[in-house]
Ligand binder design. Structure first.
Ligand SMILES: Nc1ncnc2c1ncn2[C@@H]1O[C@H](COP(=O)(O)OP(=O)(O)OP(=O)(O)O)[C@@H](O)[C@H]1O
Ligand SMILES: [Mg+2]
Ligand SMILES: [Zn+2]
Length: 550
C-alpha cells in the first residue's frame, strides 16, 4: 500500500528532525541528564515537527538503551512502541475527543501503572480544542500527575490555552523551518525515493510550503507523481503556481501603468484555472521581494529563490520606485482580505486597475506614489539629470575638480589642472569653477545613509561597478556626495556612461542631483601622496610633456 511521503519519512530520532535545535538539542541534553518533566507543551505552526518530536520523546523516555538522549530504535520497547504492540503511549486527538468524558476516562486510566514501558505517555494533540470542562479536569491531573505518567500537549494555537495550563508545562516552541534546511530535506527524501529533485525546485517547494515541512513533502509527493525528475517547471505545474513569468509581467504592467496588459494576463491565468487567491498571495510575495531589493544591500539572504529569479527581480526593482512597490503590497494585502467575501477574480482585477492607475485610487499609498511621480517629473533642485553634460566634462562646473593624486571621476585632460589651465577648445561663458576643497568638504560631511540603496540600484544595471563599490561608503555635504572606495572603483567611474548610471542611481533613490566626488581625509591623502606625482606635476606646469608615446 502506498504511504504518503511525509508519513513514510517521519523522523524516528531527534537527530533526524530538521531545523528545530532549540527543541531537539535541549530535550536530548535533559534526557541525558535524566531530567524528565511530567508535562511538556509543544507549540508552533503546523507541520513543523510537534507530533513527530512528541513520538520520539515518548520512546526516548522509555527506551532501554537510549543513545545521546535519542531512543535506540532497536530495543524491545522501542520496537514495541513503533509497531504498536506496546500500548503505553497513548495519542489523543483533542479535536475529535474534546469532551470532559474523554479526559476523565484518560485520567482514570492513567492511575494504572504502565504494562511494559517505564512511563505511560499521553500525547494530546490540538489540545486547544478541549472544552472548558475538559480543560479543568485535565488541570488537576497536570498539577500532580502520577509518577509514571508524562503528558505531552501539542497545539498550533497556544494563545487559546489558559495560563494555568501553561504554567504547569515545560514549553517548547517549534519554528517555521528555514527554507534552505527544508530544501535539503526535500532533496534527501527525493533521493531516498530513487528520484531526483533539482535545488531550484526544492527551494521553490520550500517557498510554497512556507515553513511547514509536511506541506513541502506533500508537494514533493505530488511532483514525483508527475515526474521522477523534479524541476522548477514540474513544481510550478504541480502546485498550480503562476510561473514567475506571469508575476513579472503583472508587476511590469503596474510599473508601466498598463491596466489592459494586467487584465489580459489575469484573464490568461484565470483560463488556466489558476487559483486567484493563491495568485494574489504570490503577487504580494513578489512585491515584497521587490521591496527588499529596493531597500536592502543583500536581499538574497532573506529570499530563497533560484539565482535566475533573483536576477529578474533585481532588474525589475531597478526600474520601479519604492512607493509603487509599497502601493502594490498595500493593495494586494487588502485585496486578499476582501477576496474572502467577494468575487475573487473581480477583486484581483480591481486591484490591478487601481495599481495601474494610481490616480483612481485614494489610498495613502497611491497618493504617496503620485506625489513621488510629480517630484520625479520636476526635481525641486536646479540641476536636472537630463541636462547633465555627458562625456565632455569641461563645461560641467559643479563636479569637483580634484586635488593632486586624488582619484578622478572626470576624464580630465591633465591629472591636476592648475587653475590657470582652463580646458582647451571649450570656451565657457563662465570662468572655470574654482577648485573644490575636497578635504574641507569631507571633513564636515555627514554619513550618507541611502548609499546601500544606491548600490542596490546600481547592481541592477552594472554588476561590475556594484562589486567594485562593495566595501564603499559615502558622505554628504550640501549637494556633494563624497564616496570612499578603493582606487579601482573610481577607475570604473571614469567611463562617462558608468558615471551617468551612478548619477541616475543617486537621483532615483534620493530625488536629488548630487555632485560626485571622492571622500578624502587629510591623513588619507598624506599616505597616498606619491613623490613621483609631484614631480610630474612640476614638469607639467613647466610645459614639459609627461605622456609617454608608444
Ligand atoms: N522538523 C521536521 N523535521 C523533519 N521532518 C518534519 C519536520 N516537521 C515536519 N516534518 C515532516 O512532516 C510530517 C508532519 O510533521 P508533524 O506531524 O510532526 O507536524 P506537526 O507540527 O505535529 O503539525 P500539526 O500542527 O499539523 O499537527 C512528519 O511526518 C515529517 O515527515
Ligand atoms: Mg501534529
Ligand atoms: Zn530503545
Amino acid at each position: 500500500m502506498y504511504k504518503v511521503l511525509y508519513r513514510k519519512y517521519r523522523p524516528r530520532f531527534f537527530a533526524d528532525v530538521v531545523g528545530q535545535p532549540q527543541v531537539t538539542v535541549t530535550l536530548q541534553n535533559e534526557l541525558m541528564r535524566g531530567r524528565i518533566a511530567h508535562a511538556y507543551l509543544f507549540t508552533g505552526s503546523r507541520g513543523t515537527g510537534k507530533t513527530t518530536c512528541a513520538k520520539i520523546l515518548a520512546r526516548a523516555v522509555n527506551c532501554l538503551h537510549p543513545k545521546d538522549g535519542d531512543p535506540c530504535g532497536e530495543c524491545e520497547v522501542c520496537k514495541g512502541l513503533e509497531e504498536g504492540s506496546i500500548l503505553d503511549v497513548v495519542e489523543i486527538d483533542a479535536a475529535s475527543n474534546n469532551g470532559v468524558d474523554n479526559i476523565r476516562g484518560l485520567i482514570e486510566e492513567s492511575n494504572f501503572t504502565p504494562t511494559t514501558a517505564k512511563y505511560r505517555v499521553y500525547i494530546i494533540d490540538e489540545v486547544h480544542m478541549l472544552s472548558a470542562s475538559a480543560f479543568n479536569a485535565l488541570l488537576k491531573t497536570l498539577e500532580e500527575p502520577p509518577a509514571h505518567v508524562i503528558f505531552i500537549l501539542a497545539t498550533t494555537e497556544v494563545h487559546k490555552l489558559l495560563p494555568t495550563i501553561l504554567s504547569r508545562c515545560q514549553r517548547f516552541d517549534f519554528h517555521r523551518i528555514d527554507p534552505q534546511a527544508m530544501a535539503g530535506r526535500v532533496m534527501q527524501v527525493a533521493e531516498l525515493e530513487g528520484a531526483q529533485c533539482d535545488e531550484d525546485a526544492a527551494l521553490l517547494i520550500a517557498r510554497i510550503a512556507d515553513g511547514a515541512l509536511r506541506d513541502a513533502l506533500s508537494l514533493l509527493d505530488q511532483c514525483l507523481g508527475r515526474d521522477k525528475h523534479v524541476t522548477e517547471a514540474v513544481v510550478n505545474a504541480t502546485a498550480g503556481v503562476a510561473a514567475q513569468g506571469y508575476l513579472t509581467a503583472l508587476a511590469q504592467a503596474v510599473a508601466d501603468g498598463d491596466a489592459a496588459a494586467a487584465l489580459e494576463t489575469l484573464d490568461g491565468l484565470h483560463r488556466e484555472s489558476k487559483d486567484m487567491t493563491r495568485l494574489c498571495e504570490e503577487m504580494a510575495e513578489y512585491f515584497r521581494s521587490l521591496m527588499l531589493f529596493k531597500t536592502m544591500r543583500d536581499p538574497g539572504k532573506l529570499l530563497t529563490l533560484p539565482p535566475t529569479q533573483l536576477d529578474a527581480l533585481e532588474h525589475q526593482a531597478y526600474g520601479m520606485s519604492l512607493s509603487t512597490i509599497l502601493h502594490g503590497l498595500d493593495t494586494l494585502e487588502e485585496t486578499l482580505h476582501k477576496m474572502r467575501y467577494a468575487n475573487q477574480r473581480t477583486q484581483l482585477e480591481m486591484a490591478f486597475v487601481r495599481l495601474c492607475s494610481p490616480e483612481l485610487d485614494t489610498s495613502t499609498a497611491a497618493l504617496l506614489r503620485r506625489i513621488e511621480k510629480l517630484e520625479m517629473g520636476a526635481p525641486p533642485h536646479p540641476v536636472r539629470l537630463e541636462e547633465e553634460p555627458s562625456p565632455q566634462p569641461a563645461v560641467q562646473e559643479p563636479e569637483p575638480s580634484l586635488p593632486e593624486s586624488a582619484p578622478v571621476f572626470e576624464q580630465a585632460p591633465a591629472p591636476s589642472p592648475p587653475p590657470q589651465k582652463a580646458p582647451p577648445k571649450k570656451p565657457s561663458p563662465k570662468s572655470p569653477a574654482p577648485p573644490v576643497d575636497i578635504e574641507a568638504l569631507s571633513a564636515s560631511a555627514q554619513r550618507f545613509r541611502q548609499w546601500p540603496e544606491i548600490l542596490q540600484v546600481i547592481r541592477g544595471s552594472t554588476k561590475s561597478v556594484a562589486m567594485a563599490f562593495d566595501e564603499s561608503s559615502a558622505y554628504v555635504n550640501g549637494d556633494y556626495l563624497l564616496i570612499q572606495a578603493p582606487e579601482f572603483a573610481f577607475e570604473l567611474l571614469k567611463k562617462p556612461e558608468q558615471r551617468k548610471r551612478m548619477r541616475e542611481a543617486v537621483f532615483q533613490v534620493t530625488g536629488q542631483a548630487y555632485k560626485l566626488g571622492p571622500y578624502r581625509t587629510p591623513t588619507a591623502k598624506e599616505e597616498e601622496a606619491d613623490p613621483l606625482d609631484e614631480l610630474l606635476q612640476r614638469a607639467e606646469s613647466a610645459g614639459i610633456p609627461t605622456e609617454v608615446q608608444e
